[in-house]
Design a protein around this ligand. Structure first.
Ligand code: IYR
Length: 227
């Protein structure tokens, strides 16, 4: 059987995927929804080490996300070096102190009060791994041409969603930290001009004592309209 053919001169392979009968599918969909609902953002991390192999697979899962023209316009910078983590924490806290004390309007601070965040970010030193996701707006080519990527923000957002799901699946916890502005990450990590920081995600075990806000998620009818 011929499982490869050319379309517009490019190779296509036959997509064969086993599926499930409707009852099994119902169970799987419900179980997955419950499993995803059990994910929580954690701010209290243990310093317990996590093998690099686990992080490698988490990143490969994230990098399987769909992207504009399949350009995969992301770079995952992974930091375990303690002195680098200390530098990142210091720079993040400097920006965050300014944000919490001066830049963020009253309404924003009020919205964050139930989450319990402040400018202090000890998890940036405690968590064994920091994954800093960069979006690549273009690819530099020899001769200086900047080959644009497409739907970069959407693509990198999708990859980060996959990343968080993979972290949860592995049995670890994460925090989507958004220091702002975060150009300091490009500077500290020496990133090229085509990369812009997108999210800073500490990954590890939750601390022995880890408290998370008692938040409720929106119900189906609040997030979904049927036509
Ligand atoms: N970037 C700050 C503030 C912050 C903003 C939002 I929106 C959050 O959901 C949580 C925090 C910080 O990371 O602390």
């Amino acid at each position: 059987m011929n499982n490869i053919k050319l379309i517009n001169g490019f190779p296509f392979i036959k997509f064969n995927r086993d599926t499930y009968d409707m009852e099994a599918m119902k169970e799987r969909a419900a179980a997955f929804a419950a499993w995803m609902d059990s994910r929580r953002t954690c701010r209290d991390f243990s310093d317990r080490p996590v093998d690099r192999e686990i992080i490698e697979n988490i990143i490969m899962a994230a990098s399987s996300a769909p992207s504009g023209a399949h350009k995969q316009p992301w770079t995952f910078c992974v930091v375990s070096d303690q002195s680098l983590k200390i530098r990142i924490r210091a720079a993040a806290e400097k920006e965050e102190q300014e944000s919490y004390n001066r830049r963020m309007p009253e309404e924003w601070l009020k919205d964050l009060a139930p989450i319990g965040t402040d400018w202090q970010k000890p998890f940036l030193e405690t968590a064994p791994w920091l994954i800093i996701v960069f979006k690549r707006s273009y690819e530099p080519e020899p001769g200086g041409h900047k080959h644009q990527n497409y739907y970069v923000t959407e693509s990198v957002g999708l990859a980060c969603g996959f990343l968080l799901a993979a972290i949860h699946h592995a049995g670890l916890v994460a925090l989507t930290h958004t220091p702002s502005p975060m150009n300091f990450l490009a500077r500290i990590l020496n990133r090229p001009e085509n990369e812009k920081p997108f999210l800073l995600i500490p990954v590890g075990y939750a601390a022995e004592e880890c408290w998370v806000p008692d938040l409720k998620r929106k119900a189906l009818n609040e997030v979904c309209c049927w036509y």
